[in-house]
Design a protein around this ligand. Structure first.
Ligand code: BGC
Length: 490
């Protein structure tokens, strides 16, 4: 068949005419196991709401619901110069942010540094040395002074996008690594002194003002420019959300005796939702992903929807079809490249879903170029459908977390700020998520979406700076909740 030129449509369900029965049978099976219908979405959300509550309670649950000591939203008039360090997953970024006098305005300069893969599974010391090196390079490049010690200390917000228990705004004990990180000697430790020691060794003019999560940063940065933003989400290498709770609704911080209506941002860490495997519709491939990961049994929800795992799910299905199933997939071909774990990332699926040609010629080129595999038309149809199924499931399940927070907080309408590679780059992710949200929350036909998930401001940069600014401001005003060292702050 000849390519008919670019077309736009999210699904090619009707294009299975040339697919032989053995393959069609497998496609139908994959459709069954990867499809999450409305009833399941509702069931997942219902359980999610209970788990959010449990996480806030004294007993705890599988969702950590970490209090962040971010005690309110910005008013848009925060000012000053701040550094932000963003350690998210794929890159390391250092930013200098100037919050300007004009409401909601800022300037930013930033440098990105690749996070070498060896570092992600290396030793603690090497990680902090590398981070300090990057910050030093950044400051030396952007501040032309001979002696760094002569500079006034610049407040820094450290976006550490992993689950951390915080007793203060500027500390955080790493609960566990996620997103494939496995650096020894950090879990169970407070990362602040480890970071501060590397900074002190180089005599860098920095004062750690706040340790934050990317979701909390996203929440605060989004609210800075849009005061209807109530939730900050990341759909990227990992997945998670933060929202503002009342201290009185967080039983596990009752001993702090904070005013019940005082706001406090909660970093849900809901990638850990359903670690007990009670409700999520896991497929045999999800089980393999979990068992072969550095932390089996952890991040059950994240492993079904986050960017790190989408390409791997796709790969596992194809290898299984080739090796084990009674159908012909890549028959007689060398699939050794495809056998390598994590060889495909979510951009591979994005490219397949974006192939504009009827004969899927771009997908065929991709398989030849990246994997050395020559595909026939039925195989290409299978790959396209599989990518759609995996991408759609991720978007639909993602909506459950947002729906659960909104239901728990009785939010009937709001904006949700979202960031991350999957949200920003994966085709149809936003539209598929919006459809799912509508199905879960039963909005009337024709009703405009009362809750919409929109692209957020830069949470890990601007959000980190804002949180540093907000913290310094409230310390000056005498709100010392979660503050360890008052003199060190101002
Ligand atoms: C981490 C969260 C983070 C999310 C998105 C998860 O793996 O545990 O802290 O917010 O990824 O980056």
């Amino acid at each position: 068949m000849v390519g008919l030129g670019p077309r736009r449509q999210p699904s090619r369900k009707g294009s299975m005419a040339d697919v032989p029965d053995d393959l069609l049978e497998q496609i139908r099976y994959l459709e069954r196991i990867f499809t999450v219908d409305q009833a399941k979405l509702k069931e997942v959300t219902k359980h999610f709401i209970k788990e959010l509550e449990k996480g806030l309670s004294v007993e705890g649950g599988s969702i950590p619901m970490n209090p962040t000591w971010v005690m309110g939203f910005p008013d848009g008039y925060e000012t000053g110069s701040y550094l932000a360090l963003d350690m998210g997953g794929t890159n390391l970024r250092v930013c200098e942010i100037i919050l300007l006098e004009e409401k909601g305005e800022f300037d930013i300069i930033q440098s990105k540094y690749r996070m070498p893969d060896e570092l992600k599974t290396g030793e603690s010391e090497e990680l902090w040395e590398y981070i300090a090196d990057c910050i030093q390079q950044f400051i030396e490049y952007h501040h032309e002074v001979e002696d760094l010690e002569k500079l006034d200390k610049i407040p820094l917000g450290f976006t550490f996008s992993f689950p951390a228990t915080q007793t203060y705004i500027d500390n955080g004990v790493l609960q566990r690594w996620t997103k494939g990180f496995d650096i020894s000697g950090v879990e169970g430790k407070d990362v602040a002194p480890l970071f501060e020691a590397a900074i002190a060794k180089r005599k860098l003019p920095i004062r750690l003002s706040a340790l934050i999560n990317d979701t909390t940063g996203t929440l605060i940065a989004s609210a800075y420019t849009d005061d209807t933003m109530k939730i900050g989400c990341i759909f990227g290498t990992g997945c998670n959300a933060a929202y503002m709770e009342n201290c009185g609704s967080v039983p596990k911080i009752a001993s702090y005796n904070l005013p019940p209506d005082m706001p406090i941002a909660i970093n849900c860490e809901y990638g850990a939702f359903d670690n007990e495997h009670y409700v999520l519709p896991r497929t045999p491939y999800d089980i393999v992903i979990d068992e072969d990961s550095p932390r089996p049994g952890q991040q059950a929800f994240e492993k079904m929807i986050a960017g790190l795992y989408l390409g791997e799910l796709f790969r596992l299905v194809l290898v299984d079809l080739h090796d084990n199933k009674s159908c012909k997939v890549f028959q007689g071909q060398d699939i050794s490249k495809l056998r390598k774990a994590y060889t495909l990332d979510s951009s591979f699926l994005s490219m397949i879903e974006e192939d504009p040609f009827e004969n899927l010629s771009e997908t065929g080129d991709l398989f030849r170029r990246e994997l050395g595999i020559t595909t026939n038309k039925p195989e290409l149809e299978l790959c396209r459908r599989l990518a759609e199924l995996i991408g759609t499931r991720a978007a639909r399940l993602s909506a459950c977390g947002v729906a659960a927070i909104c239901t728990k907080k009785n939010i009937k309408s709001c904006h949700v700020g979202a960031d991350g590679s999957v949200f920003n780059k994966y085709p149809h992710f936003k539209a598929r998520g919006a459809v799912a949200l509508r199905e879960i929350l039963d909005w009337e036909k024709g009703q405009k979406d009362p809750i919409s998930i929109l692209a957020a401001e830069d949470g890990s940069g601007v959000g980190a700076a804002l949180i540093a600014a907000l913290t310094i401001k409230r310390v000056k005003e005498g709100n010392l909740a979660g503050i360890r060292n008052v003199e060190g702050m101002i």
